[in-house]
Design a protein around this ligand. Structure first.
Ligand SMILES: NC(=O)c1ccc[n+]([C@@H]2O[C@H](COP(=O)([O-])OP(=O)(O)OC[C@H]3O[C@@H](n4cnc5c(N)ncnc54)[C@H](OP(=O)(O)O)[C@@H]3O)[C@@H](O)[C@H]2O)c1
Length: 211
């Protein structure tokens, strides 16, 4: 599968590397493909990654990962061109000052992304844990959980498979409105990591009776 990554930073880099290792082709959409800082991304994807503009990356891919800082997300989407029919994985969190959520309860960043991306099948995922966990979601033989929310069942199925492929226990969390719950989960993860002493090396996992 060809996956466009818009936001080639911590999250985009980690997922690009893992998906390349799982056999996918990665098209990193960046503002200036000639910039030196992006060259290591191509090396890390073992020849399966390419650098190009966001519009070219989106055009060539069926799945698009959105991993931009919230304050640049609307502009980044505008630079993507036509997103209609694409599976758009929203890994962003609408964070403002002090890493606090700026949207919630009656709306979510993912629903805003959906309104900004005309006709894309938006799926919320990869927002509720750290990029270092995405780089290696298995700890002490247990798989970190990744909740996935979206309105289009087929699109969500693709994203659940992409999470499973890199080692998460992927769980269908329902429709896109459930992003209103998944975005606060990110805030909980951040708070416990930085304020409560858990550090970035922890993840949420699921336990089930009788499983
Ligand atoms: N960090 C985490 O552990 C984590 C975990 C889950 C979710 N998230 C969320 O994921 C998002 C990204 O976080 P991050 O830590 O990966 O951020 P980051 O390391 O700062 O990377 C963000 C990337 O977005 C790029 N970018 C900004 N505007 C762009 C545009 N208009 N077009 C294309 N690329 C653009 C930046 O490129 P330039 O180099 O050109 O500025 C940068 O490479 C945030 O919304 C965050 O809340 C983060």
């Amino acid at each position: 599968m060809k996956i466009a990554i818009i936001g080639a930073g911590n999250v985009g880099g980690a997922l690009g590397k893992r998906w390349a290792a799982a056999g996918h082709e990665i098209l990193f959409g960046v503002r200036d493909p000639a910039r030196e800082k992006y060259q290591s991304l191509v090396t890390q994807t073992g020849g399966k990654g390419q650098l190009m503009t966001s519009a070219a990356a989106v055009k060539g891919a069926s799945v698009v990962l959105l991993a931009t800082p919230w304050n640049t997300t609307q502009a980044a989407l505008a630079e993507c061109g036509d997103l209609a029919g694409k599976i758009l994985i929203d890994a962003t969190n609408p964070l403002g000052a002090d890493l606090a959520l700026t949207i919630g309860h009656t709306d979510s960043g993912a629903e805003q992304v959906s309104r900004w991306s005309n006709g894309a099948n938006v799926v919320k995922a990869f927002n509720s844990t750290g990029f270092n966990v995405m780089d290696d979601p298995v700890m002490e033989q247990r798989h970190a959980v990744m909740f996935v929310a979206g309105d289009d069942q087929a699109a969500k199925g693709v994203v659940l498979d992409l999470a499973t492929a890199i080692g998460f226990e992927a769980i269908d969390a329902g429709n896109l409105k459930m992003a209103r719950v998944l975005e606060p989960m990110a805030q909980l993860w951040i708070y416990c990591a930085y304020r409560q002493g858990l550090t970035r090396d922890y993840a949420f996992a699921l336990i089930r009776r009788g499983a």
